[in-house]
Design a protein around this ligand. Structure first.
Ligand code: PLP
Length: 455
């Protein structure tokens, strides 16, 4: 398995997530063999600039020796031990302290580790239910999320997700999960409606939903500061301010899903800072370890963690935890990510790179296929439409996303088509010339896609 052999492999045993398995059987599986900075190399040595940081996660690129060294050191010292039964490893303890310190403006008090973003959202839901039971409000159990949200794939996090693909065929969402409007004015503003009227309308819809269900039955609202996998959707101006006021008034907790927006992506350490949100709970994963190892966490306000501590004491213990919660090797890598981010002022670097990134993104609107560009920090998307003046989408059967993805790959660029858009999320360590390379390649790939669409 160490020596890459050819680009395409016929693959029978691996069920690829988020892949059409019939098409995969026809085209074969592309082997990713090696990483080098912001690039990955296929089995045949073809080099791609990874415009998606893997899956929005490899923020330090693919060959950061300090992360490898941090993992190796911890592997040698102690490759695993648990955090159950009042034991802990030094990296798990240190990482929890560092995360609470890093988020001090949000006043989180405790950190619960898991392995993935999905699990972080899943455990957040359980902790919320535990909290409301513990404070004697057992009716407060329903969770609200938004259409086009992406919160993961476990039963709970897929239920919170607001995409049909994750619900249809799985009998989801489960009861107790409700969905309300996506706050993208570009997509859901009515003709002639101002952005502030749009916000008033969707906040009014939320208030009506709360009224219908009864505020005493609603526990929490889950929100990505910027909806990622739903299409990198920027919330309408003023949305979060109005949202937070409604939630506070009704005693509904706000959970920020920072799985994509955490760790510098938006030009501040957390998307909640960029969007001016004050969450009660924050979920983080992905860039927390620069994707080198799986680790995620849920950060809890003091009020919630105090109630959970008291409730657990009444029960005899806290009845939740996964085997690898706070895994020492993953935690050691996450600590080193924080060290590197601080020493190299990576958030400052994102802020420095962002104007070039966003201006190149904006320039793509000149392309006949690009109806809109949107982004913040080093996170962006282009809306790809069949007829941009009349806002007509391509049919799924046109397969235009696949054409664009392949044309980009032919150019040596990885991007990600999502619904009507293409997402762009390069490693945070990207340089100006690599940003130019990314958009030059993307422009040529769009030209190829246009020719295919017209043929
Ligand atoms: N939350 C958000 C905002 C995400 O973007 C994702 C994954 O893309 C998840 C949760 C789920 O994370 P994971 O795939 O690690 O379970």
């Amino acid at each position: 398995m160490n020596s890459p052999v050819g680009e395409k492999k016929r693959n029978g045993s691996l069920l690829h997530p988020y892949t059409n398995p019939v098409r995969q059987q026809q085209t074969g599986t592309t082997l990713t063999a090696k990483g080098d900075g912001v690039h990955v190399l296929d089995g045949d040595g073809k080099r791609h600039l990874d415009g998606m940081s893997g899956l929005w996660c490899a923020s330090l690129g693919y060959s950061e020796p300090r992360l490898v060294e941090a993992a190796r050191r911890q592997m040698e010292l102690l490759p695993y031990h648990q955090t159950f039964d009042a034991r802990a490893t030094a990296p798990a303890l240190e990482l929890a302290e560092r995360l609470v310190g890093l988020t001090s403006e949000f006043e989180f008090d405790k950190v619960l580790f898991a392995n993935s973003g999905s699990e972080a959202n899943d455990q957040a839901a359980k902790l919320i239910w535990f909290y409301f039971n513990a404070i004697g409000k057992p009716r407060k159990k329903k969770l609200i999320a938004r259409t086009r949200a992406y919160h993961g794939v476990t039963v709970m996090s897929a239920s919170l997700t607001g995409l049909a693909l994750n619900h249809n065929d799985f009998d989801l969402p489960i009861d107790r999960v409700l969905h309300t409007d996506c706050p993208s004015y570009y997509h859901y503003g009515k003709p002639g409606e101002s952005e502030s009227d749009f916000v008033s309308r969707i906040i009014g819809n939320l208030e009506a939903l709360i009224e219908r269900e009864g505020a005493d039955t609603i526990a929490a609202f889950f929100a990505e500061p910027i909806q990622g996998a739903g299409g990198v959707l920027m919330p309408a101006q003023g949305y979060f301010e109005r949202l937070q006021e409604v939630l506070t008034r009704h005693g509904i907790l706000l959970v920020a899903d920072e799985v994509i927006t955490g760790f510098g992506r938006t030009g501040q350490m957390f998307g909640s800072q960029t969007l001016g949100i004050k969450p009660d709970i924050m979920n983080i994963a992905k860039a927390m370890s620069s994707a080198y190892l799986p680790i995620s966490a849920t950060l809890l306000s003091k009020e919630i963690s105090d109630a959970i501590v008291e409730g657990s004491n009444r029960q005899g213990m806290f009845g939740h935890g996964v085997t690898y919660s706070g895994h020492p090797v993953c935690a050691a890598v996450a600590i080193e990510v924080l060290n590197i981010m601080q020493e190299r002022d990576l958030v400052g670097h994102v802020r420095e790179m962002s104007p070039l990134f966003l201006s190149r993104l904006k320039r793509m609107e000149e392309h006949p296929l690009v109806a809109q560009s949107r982004g913040v920090g080093l996170l962006g998307a282009l809306e790809i439409l069949k007829d941009k003046s009349r806002r007509v989408s391509f049919a799924l059967t046109d397969g235009i996303g696949l054409v664009l993805k392949q044309a980009a790959l032919d150019e040596g660029l990885i991007i990600r088509p999502l619904l009507d858009c293409v997402a762009i999320c390069p490693p945070l360590v990207v340089t100006p010339s690599q940003i130019d390379e990314l958009f030059d390649k993307l422009g040529r790939a769009l030209d190829v896609t246009l020719r295919t669409a017209q043929s």
